[in-house]
Design a protein around this ligand. Structure first.
Ligand code: DMJ
Length: 662
């Protein structure tokens, strides 16, 4: 009876019965009774018991062996990660970008501690499957990553080490009294490996990158048309003159190519991207005897290179960004540390603008995102320190209701007394970068947020008014202390910025103002016969019998600017209201109708009021490809993870830079 019971009962039950329900017999007595039971068994019964015990022992050995083979795999996974990034700093940077990767791996290992043998086996089998699937996914991703993945999880292959170089050596570049001293030997050392072993990731057209619908396709066609003209007539120059089918240069840095890099990436135009990359590698010469504007070069070229680096994971772009950063650094060697507006890229001589003594306030306060990101990527704090010092100084100056005059002197460090206060030209991106710097560092620098909030309150109080006829809200200016109902198209960036601020926890009144201003900005297009906005509009605040918007003859031009479609993108992304898309589509169609040039390119026009003769100005600004078409493409995207606004902050030239994790 007993043996039958022992055999058929589960082993664990047997043990628990023996231990918990019956008092144990003394060992000698128990051994004797076992022997008696054994002797009473027939030979057949003994053989069966022996066979069962043998099979049991072999199964035990087999399971134990399986466990030994499985356990080291997780360790391998961890050590592989460390082999890929042997440098401590690199691991740290990568961890910031993969905040949950290690946590998940650790959780898996920790979970295993709680499992019994059978569960463990199942668990390990599942892990095996997962590992295989992951490997397959990684292989696929190498070929066709989602844009969101490609940019959030760049696998830096070696370039970090070569970029970081030697900090002391770096200090020699661009230091000393505004003169640029480039030690070629040292630079070569730092550059040697960069771009050599580059694996450019290819975005996936079906997977969130590239056009997904008819409207996006139309925008991509527009980009291709613009690119065709540029490539044919202006390749390597700053801009295309689409009417005369010629090129024009401002700094001689191939502005259109660099401004377009990330747009091409996002649109999935990989052939064009590769071609542009080759130009950057072979033909972009930064040691050039040319005076460049610090702000324009920073937002277009430095921003464009950094963003291209993030999207493609190609160290060439970071190396070029670093060299450019070094060549711009002499601007900061001013008595007040407010940077000079211009610098010669070869000699390093920095100076105020040719047309006046002062730097522009929005210019010196809208280079921070790019220089800070350069420090973040290179590990060299000098870039960040320089621009943070500028911000610190501007923060220390007295302001009226958080609003700033548009000029500041690089020698005295003081605002120009009586200078205009505006959210348009020369003031605009100061406000934009207050918010975006706060976002860039993961909302850690609350002083910047507070200054932004104070500035928006200052605008509400002093600059926001409504038209008499239809109550259109707009933002005017203070000229020598008096209100002027003038608004630049440039101000139309503000609705987008306000919407991002609200998305990040700022007051609901910000979103309300954003919606009102976006309506006004769209009206600046819709009210014009061509459907395109003038550069500047005046608003009628006194006479209800007069139209809301008046355009002076000198202001009727349209430069293909992005600000309105930029705001429409943010508002659509953050509210889901399709009206913003409809407005954007109408604006796009007007660009197509009145600015497209046969044979290739788009041109700014002289009059948005004249449908018969809009007067081509023969200029295609680089920001048309870098910003306007990019924001239109993003506006028509249904995928909120495409350059997620929780992961990226766009610089003022529409180049996405990653938000750091605190
Ligand atoms: C661009 O260079 C940037 O958007 C800048 O902030 C303002 N001007 C142009 C676009 O209009």
């Amino acid at each position: 009876m007993y043996p039958v019971y022992y055999e058929s009962a589960p082993r664990r039950d047997f043990i628990s019965v023996m231990v918990s329900k019956e008092p144990p017999e003394p060992p000698s007595k128990r051994r004797q009774s076992c022997r008696r039971v054994w002797n009473r068994l027939s030979r057949l019964q003994r053989t069966i018991i022996c066979a069962i015990l043998l099979v049991g022992a072999m199964s035990g050995l087999y399971i134990a062996n399986g466990l030994m083979n499985e356990l080291p795999d997780d360790k391998d996974t961890l050590s592989q990660r460390h082999n890929v990034f042997p440098n401590d700093n690199v691991v740290h940077v990568m961890d910031q970008r993969h905040p949950d990767k290690d946590t998940k791996a650790n959780q898996r290992l920790h979970d295993n501690d709680d499992k019994d043998g059978e569960d463990q086996k199942l668990h390990f089998e599942q892990q095996e499957r997962e590992k295989k699937e992951n490997l397959e996914r990684e292989e696929k991703a190498k070929m066709k990553p989602k844009i969101a993945d490609a940019v959030v999880q760049p696998e830096v292959k070696g370039q970090k080490e070569s970029i970081v170089g030697n900090q002391e050596e770096d200090e020699g570049i661009g230091a000393a009294g505004g003169e640029l001293e480039v030690n070629e030997e040292k630079k070569t050392k730092g550059q040697s490996q960069v771009g050599a072993d580059v694996q450019v990731q290819v975005p996936n057209m079906e997977d969130g990158v590239g056009p997904q619908n008819a409207q996006q396709k139309a925008v991509v066609e527009a980009f291709k048309h613009a690119w065709k003209g540029y490539k044919q007539y202006a390749w390597g120059h700053d801009e295309l003159k689409p009417i005369s089918k010629a090129a024009s240069d401002w700094f001689g840095l191939g502005l259109t190519i660099i401004d377009s890099l990330d747009t091409m990436w996002i649109m999935g135009l990989m052939e064009e991207f590769e071609e542009a990359r080759r130009w950057v590698e072979k033909d972009l010469v930064l040691k050039k005897n040319v005076d460049v504007n610090l702000f324009e070069t920073t937002i277009r070229v430095l921003g464009g290179l950094l963003s291209a680096f993030h999207l493609s994971n190609d160290g060439l772009f970071l190396e070029k960004a670093r060299e450019l950063g070094d060549r711009l650094m002499p601007c900061f060697n001013s008595p007040s540390k407010i940077p000079y507006s211009d610098v010669n890229l070869d000699t390093g001589k920095a100076h105020p603008p040719r047309w006046g003594p002062d730097s522009t306030t929005s210019e010196v306060t809208s280079i921070q995102l790019e220089f800070r990101e350069l420090s973040h990527q290179t590990g060299n704090d000098k870039y960040k320190n320089a621009v943070d010092e500028v911000m610190g100084h501007i923060q220390s100056l007295p302001k009226e209701n958080g609003l700033i005059p548009i000029f500041v002197n690089a020698r005295s460090g003081q605002f120009r007394a009586g200078a205009t206060i505006t959210v348009g030209a020369r003031g605009d991106s100061y406000y934009e970068y207050l918010l975006k710097q706060w976002l860039q560092t993961g909302k850690t620098e609350d002083k910047l947020r507070d200054e932004y909030v104070a500035a928006i309150e200052g605008m509400q109080k002093n600059l926001v008014k409504s038209t008499a006829a239809n109550g259109l809200k707009f933002i005017g200016e203070l000229v020598r202390g008096s209100f002027s109902p003038k608004m630049d198209h440039l101000v139309c960036f503000l609705p987008g910025t306000l919407a991002i601020g609200h998305h990040n926890g700022l007051d609901a009144s910000h979103l309300e103002l954003a919606k009102e201003l976006a309506k006004t900005c769209y009206q600046m297009y819709a009210d014009m016969p061509t459907g395109l906005s003038p550069e500047i509009a005046y608003f009628n605040i006194n006479n209800p019998g007069k139209p809301d918007i008046e355009v002076k003859n000198a202001d009727t031009h349209n430069l293909l600017r992005p600000e309105t479609v930029e705001s429409l993108f943010y508002l659509y992304r953050l509210t889901g209201d399709k009206q913003y898309r409809d407005w954007g589509w109408k604006i796009f169609q007007a660009f197509e109708k009145y600015t497209k040039v046969q044979g290739g390119g788009y041109s700014s026009i002289g009059s948005v009021k004249d449908t018969k003769n809009p007067r081509f100005r023969d200029k295609m600004e680089s920001f048309f490809l870098g910003e306007t078409l990019k924001y239109l493409f993003l506006l028509f995207s249904d995928d909120p993870t495409l350059l997620s606004l929780d992961k990226y902050v766009f610089n003022t030239e529409a180049h996405p830079l990653p938000i750091w994790r605190p």
